[in-house]
Write a protein that binds this ligand. Sequence first.
Ligand code: NDP
Length: 404
Amino acid sequence: FKGFIDRAPRETDMELKVGSIGGGLKAPPGSGAFLVKNLCLSCDPYMRGRMRDSRASYIPPFVPGQPIEGSGVSKVIDSDDPDFKPGDLVSGLTGWEEYSLVRKTDQLPNQLRKIEQHDVPLSYHLGLLVFGGPIQSHCTTSFVKFHGKFCETNRIQLNDAANFHGITNSLVYSQHKHLHGSTSLFMVPKNIFCAGMPGFTAYVGLHEICSLKQGDTVLVSAASGAVGQLVGQLAKLHGCYVVGSAGSRQKVDLLKSQLGFDDAFVYKEEPDLDAALKRYFPQGIDIYFDNVGGDMLDAALLNMCVGGRIAVCGMVSQHSQTDPQGIHNLFNLISKRIRMQGFLQSDYLHLFPLFFNQVLKYYKQGKITYVEDVAQGLEHAPAAFVGLFSGRNVGKQVIHVANP
Ligand code: NDP
């Protein structure tokens, strides 16, 4: 990563550097570290925010001159960490580089975790089923409220759900409610953020934010992307009517022919988005899962049903706007008693086991398809990343770096 930007990202904002790892492909003896070979990497829109020099964000900026951080699937090559052995497959926070040396710290005790599900494609641990890597933020305070009192995290007995996938030690909870009976955990300021997790994001947005129910009419934008494609499929599996908006005819065909959407349209070909939504939703929209913000959000507001719900998941259309498009129709929130809520999936990690079991089951039953767009080689990573902001990706964008 070369330096901070205040415009749409370009490939030249990143450069490929060739270097050598000191000590060859070995974890330094006595270091407690382990060396991984990165196999595939995740390309996510939130990474654009890390190219801005803003400490006010929920996630720290990248460090100029350093490899880009992101979610990945890797294989342990050598290890001085007793918890990992050569050959282990791991997922979590790694670097956009061929090899990474990983050392657990107090802040990042579970930066990479062992993959236990070996019967799904490895790259699905970046999209469909991922449990994202905890990322240290600049906020250092962390409290946990337990039975009404603040106390240290290590004095709490976490239940099975919390122990799932080694989440326990990673301090990633920012909100845990009613885990078991009277047990109630609540971590106040986020000191760690979990990145990525498109599949889980879809699940949280639909169930927690939008209270999905059978028969709802659902609109999702960026519908063929990493999050959107699962939003539509989960809503269909709950007996909803689902329409997706996407940026090309190829994507619209995919949504209708392979992903089971009831309908889909190319928003770029619609001169009047309000009229388009009236065509697809003559009775109005119960749920709008918003991945893009801007004009589509404004048009959706006009077409929401009374009591509608809007999950504000992302605003990819606004990332690089110096003059963000205005929203004119907010009064509909009041007149139609719409619930509109922004969210971060990392606030709902207690739901991860429910999500994981349900989506894995659907996948194994052949009820869910997950479409990926795979760029081959690190040298194509900058183009793949930049392509997220022009809609070049069809499905979840991943970068294949090496075979196991
Ligand atoms: P996608 O795989 O959907 O890729 C991004 C897509 O956004 C593009 O393919 C393109 O699709 C669309 N897009 C790009 N630029 C614009 C634009 N100017 N106007 C409209 N659409 C645009 O990405 P993800 O599924 O990974 O992420 C989707 C959204 O969810 C993002 O906003 C992301 O930040 C957010 N997110 C939020 C999380 C949370 O916890 N709240 C967690 C994870 C993601 P098309 O061709 O169809 O326009």
